[in-house]
Design a protein around this ligand. Structure first.
Ligand SMILES: Nc1ncnc2c1ncn2[C@@H]1O[C@H](COP(=O)(O)OP(=O)(O)O)[C@@H](O)[C@H]1O
Ligand SMILES: [Mg+2]
Length: 275
């Protein structure tokens, strides 16, 4: 088994009184599209920003190939929630500004960009100022900007939010192509159908914790549901959380039983039924 690209251990993030994430343990392996799926305020953006090394966790560690992720930013390509393009620059100038910061020669950045801009149908717009760009064009420019320095992993925060059908489809198809070429993409979304279509692995983020993690098929099997929406509802319900707590308690009980059976606690004590 390959070593994970990104490893999160015991990660928590607090903003004043808001506990945005708690107890996050996650390994990201290469060559997959991983969906962070959850509702508004679940903690997806916070998790992506921590993985991107643009923000420090309150607790825990985030390592990229064993090194602190904030020192490995050139290995990551990030498309944030808000694209943050300079409207007085053209699309290509925005991209070049970014790739130069990573010390990438313009011709190399240009080769990468023109390879992907055809797929995104953005080639003709590269020489235009981004001021009048539609949301779809801005999003595609931000994607090219994230790819231009040749990252090992791409982090996309709701990349299809607010896009028309055709643009959203083009973005999804690019993600699929990147995966087919061996790339690794982490993709946050609140669209289950999209996650099912695009992602090899789905990580369900709910109230700042990871509620489930597996392939779409595994999540269906785990819940006994026949569609991902029902599986999501089951996995994020309070009942699911209570069940998780019960399992923890049962785990403790079994350890206690084991101790009892190995004679390490007084065995004349009266014990209740396990169930
Ligand atoms: N910079 C911040 N300052 C204060 N609270 C924040 C900040 N960023 C996120 N939060 C809070 O953390 C929680 C998770 O937010 P976020 O990660 O943006 O969720 P999502 O992307 O899933 O909608 C929310 O309660 C949000 O209000
Ligand atoms: Mg968000």
């Amino acid at each position: 088994m390959n070593k994970p690209l990104l490893t999160l251990t015991g990660v928590a993030k607090r903003f004043d009184e808001v506990e945005a994430l708690t107890h996050v343990d996650l390994d990201i392996n290469s060559g997959q599209v991983i969906g962070l799926v959850g509702g508004n305020g679940a903690g997806k953006t916070t998790l992506l920003r921590l993985m991107a090394g643009v923000m420090e966790p309150t607790m825990g560690t985030i390592l990229f190939e064993g090194k602190k992720v904030s020192t490995m930013r050139s290995k990551l390509g990030v498309v944030p929630e808000s694209t943050g393009l300079y409207s007085r620059l053209t699309a290509w100038e925005n991209i070049r500004y970014h790739s130069r910061m990573y010390g990438v020669p313009d011709d190399i950045a240009w080769n990468r960009v023109s390879h992907f801009s055809n797929r995104l149908d953005l080639t003709d717009a590269l020489s235009r100022h981004t001021k009048g760009f539609s949301r779809g064009m801005r999003q595609k420019t931000a994607l090219l900007r994230a790819l231009a320095h040749g990252p090992d992993i791409l982090l996309l925060d709701e990349p299809t939010a607010g896009l028309d059908v055709t643009s959203a489809r083009t973005v999804r198809s690019l993600v699929g192509k990147l995966r087919d070429e061996g790339g690794t993409v982490i993709y946050s979304t609140h669209h289950l159908a999209e996650a099912q279509q695009v992602c090899d692995r789905i990580v369900i983020v709910h109230n700042g914790t990871i509620r489930a993690d597996g392939s779409p098929t595994q999540l269906l099997e785990q819940t006994g549901k026949d569609n991902l929406e029902d599986a999501y509802v089951a996995l994020t319900s309070d009942k699911a959380r209570a069940r998780k707590e019960d399992n923890k308690k049962e785990g403790k009980m079994s350890k206690w039983w084991r101790r009892l059976l190995t004679g390490r606690t007084p065995n004349n004590e009266e014990v209740g039924e396990d169930e």
